[in-house]
Ligand binder design. Structure first.
Ligand code: ZN
Length: 148
């Protein structure tokens, strides 16, 4: 027997737009078997190149006592991106916590709420690239040291 319609579950969180299409992803909160519980965040999709996974980032404020001011810092997490939601690079998404889906992934995208402004996205992407390059450089330095 072939199942033609997959029932959509109520995920227990009020969302403004439920997915229009169904999917066969077992890690989808609407059509699969995972439950969402815990923390919820809103962030921008920094990378959507992986399969069914997006990198979501958002800004937070960090207080620096010495200067009595706030510094901008960014949080970056991996989130599951089911086919029925299909978030793209630059989308503003809401994510909710779920059980660990892989080593570093324990969030799932529950809805797309809009698009980030180009400048903001560019800024975030360049920041991320800069950081990863710095990290790479550090690794190479360490390797060079080890070779000596
Ligand atoms: Zn789905």
């Amino acid at each position: 027997m072939k199942i033609t319609t997959i029932p959509q579950k109520n995920i227990g969180i009020a969302v403004s737009k439920k997915p229009d299409s169904a999917c066969v992803d077992k890690n989808c909160p609407y059509h699969g078997t995972i439950r969402v519980r815990g923390m919820q965040f809103t962030g921008t999709v920094l990378s959507a190149s992986a399969q069914k996974t997006v990198t979501v980032s958002w800004e937070r404020k960090y207080f620096v006592k010495k200067y009595d001011r706030y510094q901008r810092r960014y949080t970056k997490v991996l989130a599951h991106n089911p086919k029925c939601i299909n978030a793209q690079l630059g989308d503003i998404v809401r994510i909710a916590e779920t059980r660990p889906l892989s080593k570093g992934k324990h969030f799932v995208v529950i809805e797309v709420t809009g698009r980030a402004k180009h400048e903001e996205l560019d800024q975030m992407v360049s920041l991320q690239q800069e950081r990863s390059e710095r990290k790479k450089g550090k690794l190479q330095d360490e390797k060079a040291k080890g070779d000596q």
